[in-house]
Design a protein around this ligand. Structure first.
Ligand code: PLP
Length: 357
């Protein structure tokens, strides 16, 4: 029986063993011990991202990598596919950097349509330095078809890079960096990877490294070429969050060799289906069911969502609030990471008592 009563769509519940890993004594980040830790993590990340290209870890949250991917890949123009609060965040960051930003906007709750992307890009061959895609839009609980969307971009121009936010998908939904032809893909670790927040893992293609090499001003902290140079010597550019490295190494080992990726992805589908089945009498899924996310569900209950959340809180359970445009009408259940199925079932039993009209 676990102590898991925390169902926010990130940060998510963390196994006590992983919290324990974070209390190990410090080592120097230039030591041989750290290099071994770094190498083990980099190798396992390649499996998680399904890539033979470079993988890195940055000490920042996911938003840091949203900015970093623009800094390293976009000298001028970017197309942002916007389908909710987090995909839209890319546009705000790009604008704050003085970039030219176009949006392909999709209504909240629906997925980005590959045909609409194709229509937008046709007649604009090689117009954009990059297109941003959000694998799993956490505000709406929609999973986009990145394979299809990335294919549209790749077929439009080899000069347009594909940047993918996998913050709430990696570790819960398959990501195939090489097969899908991605250039940058990143995820902070407090969601599908189920660690405390504080670091972000990312994969970068050779194409993206070549692009970065052509840009004269990449800043310092987020310079991909510094990451690459140091990673080639099993190191990192600046002092990392070493406790997170310990926990990440242990968690990647558990994901890949104890649970296995296939079983983990299957468990996430089971968690989503269970959540939708057990809430259907008192709440409507706010997203298009064909794209319902395996990691988070935004639900519009018959009762006031804040009342539902506060009554659940009184019973010891934390659920996520509605986000942005959907704040007043929905609440969200994070069913991601290491949440045990029996803990989810117990929470849903209580929710049934609380949320029925
Ligand atoms: N992208 C998505 C899809 C997210 O869900 C979030 C956070 O919830 C972010 C980006 C921002 O990540 P962070 O909070 O780690 O900066």
């Amino acid at each position: 029986m676990s102590d898991c009563k925390f169902f926010v769509p990130g940060p998510t519940w963390v196994r006590p063993e992983l919290l324990e890993e974070m209390t190990r004594p410090m080592i120097g980040h230039r030591s041989a011990e750290f290099k071994r830790l770094f190498r083990a993590i980099a190798n396992d990340l390649k499996v998680l991202f399904a890539t033979t290209q470079d993988t890195f870890v940055a000490t920042c949250s996911g938003t840091g990598l949203m900015q970093a991917s623009l800094v390293n890949c976009v000298p001028r123009r970017v197309l942002v596919t916007s389908c909710g609060a987090f995909s839209e965040r890319f546009a705000g960051i790009a604008e704050s950097m003085g970039l030219e930003v176009d949006r392909l906007t999709t209504p909240w709750g629906t997925a980005v349509d590959p045909d609409a992307l194709e229509d937008h890009l046709s007649g604009r061959r090689a117009h954009y330095d990059a297109v941003t895609l959000t694998h799993n839009e956490t505000s709406t609980g929609v999973t986009n078809d990145i394979a299809a969307l990335a294919k549209v971009v790749r077929e439009n121009s080899s000069d347009t890079l594909v940047i993918v936010d996998a913050v709430s998908s990696l570790g819960g939904i398959p990501v195939k960096f090489d097969e899908w032809g991605l250039d940058v893909c990143f995820a902070s670790v407090q969601k599908g990877i189920a660690l405390p927040p504080g670091i972000t893992v990312f994969a970068v293609s050779q194409r993206a490294l070549d692009r970065a090499a052509k840009l004269p001003y990449r800043g310092t902290y987020f310079d991909f070429l510094r990451y690459k140079k140091d990673a080639d010597g099993d190191s990192v550019p600046t002092t990392p969050s070493i406790p997170h490295f310990y926990a990440l190494a242990a968690q990647l080992d558990a994901i890949l060799r104890r649970e296995t990726l296939e079983a983990r992805f299957e468990r996430h589908i089971t968690m989503r289906d269970l959540t939708l089945r057990r809430t259907s009498t008192f709440a409507k899924l706010a997203a298009d069911p064909d794209y319902a996310s395996p990691t988070v569900s935004a639900l519009a209950p018959v009762k006031d969502p804040e009342l539902v959340r506060s009554e659940m809180k009184n019973r010891g359970y934390t659920l996520g609030g509605g986000y942005g445009e959907w704040k007043a009408t929905t609440f969200r259940i994070g069913h991601m990471g290491d949440i045990p199925l029996d803990a989810l079932e117990e929470m849903l039993d209580e929710l049934n008592e609380v949320a029925r009209a």
